[in-house]
Design a protein around this ligand. Structure first.
Ligand code: SF4
Ligand code: SF4
Length: 268
């Protein structure tokens, strides 16, 4: 799911699971300090955007415009914002300050995982998706074989990753559903725009929900509506339900009766 950082020397991926152990420690005294924050391909997940926009006290559209470029999620055609590198600073991440990561407590989940790359297999024969990991060994990174041994599960806890799993779960499900349709099913541009807005540009999605015909079409209970006015996580969950309903007919949102019986529904 998350792209490894760019490389000067070949990556040696080793497939791992939650119980596999790694030995790694990152320290600012190492000669490679912040080397991994240059020339990298860092994707932002929906919860990354929520954390960073709150940290910077910035609306989501401004954050996306200033700090990201458009990317695509592998084998899905679905859009994803990628952190925009600064060519005038040796292709540094824009959040890299003189003293290291300026948003460290709210850094993206891909940065938290590093040097572990994480992915999910969607297997139709099993009820749960299969999680897998790989250790990415890049030539410049001096943190390997330092520190104490720990499992991938322990690494994930140490890096504060579990809330990202929880709040990105609906997004991951949408991606896996899209992938399961196969590469020959094309997605209309308008649908890709809907996916982008509801997944990443939450302030625009909030305006869309509150000030478009959305509430004339979907039955949203009053207490849920009140929460989404202020709460980005509630809004994100509404977005997942909306996308599941409109993209995959999953029926997560109830359509208001007189609309449901009309011949067609147009959502602009
Ligand atoms: S040890 Fe690796 S992860 Fe840590 S600063 Fe150096 S290159 Fe980056
Ligand atoms: S967000 Fe922080 S940790 Fe991640 S690449 Fe940028 S500066 Fe480095």
């Amino acid at each position: 799911m998350f792209a490894p950082k760019d490389v000067e020397k070949p990556i040696v991926p080793v497939r791992l699971d939650l119980d596999s152990t790694i030995c790694f420690s990152c320290d600012r005294d190492l000669a490679c300090f912040t080397r991994c924050c240059h020339n990298n391909n860092t994707y932002l997940t929906p919860y990354d955007v929520i954390r960073i926009k709150k940290r910077l006290d910035m609306p989501s559209d401004e954050l996306l415009l200033r700090f990201t470029v458009p990317g695509k999620i592998e084998a899905s055609d679905l859009p994803v914002p990628m952190v925009k590198l600064d060519p005038e600073r040796d292709n540094a991440c824009p959040f890299l300050g003189e003293d290291g990561c300026s948003i460290y407590e709210d850094r993206p989940v891909a940065c938290r995982y590093y040097p572990v790359a994480a992915g999910l297999f969607h297997n139709a024969d099993i009820s749960d998706n299969e999680r897998f990991f790989a250790l990415v060994k890049e030539g410049y990174c001096l943190g390997h074989d330092l520190g104490t041994e720990m499992t991938i599960a322990e690494w994930r806890e140490k890096q504060g990753i579990p809330p990202y799993d929880e709040y990105n779960k609906g997004w991951v499900e949408l991606i896996l559903r899209r992938k399961s349709l196969g590469p020959f099913v094309t997605i209309p541009e308008k649908t890709l725009d809907m996916f982008f807005m509801a997944s990443y540009n939450l302030d625009a999605f909030r305006r869309f929900v509150l000030y478009s015909p959305f509430l004339n079409i979907y039955e949203i209970p009053g207490d849920r509506l009140e929460k989404i006015r202020e709460d980005d996580i509630e809004l994100l969950n509404l977005g997942y339900d909306w996308l599941m309903t409109t993209l995959f007919g999953a029926g997560k949102l109830k359509i208001i009766e007189h609309i449901a019986t009309a011949d067609s529904i147009e959502v602009d």
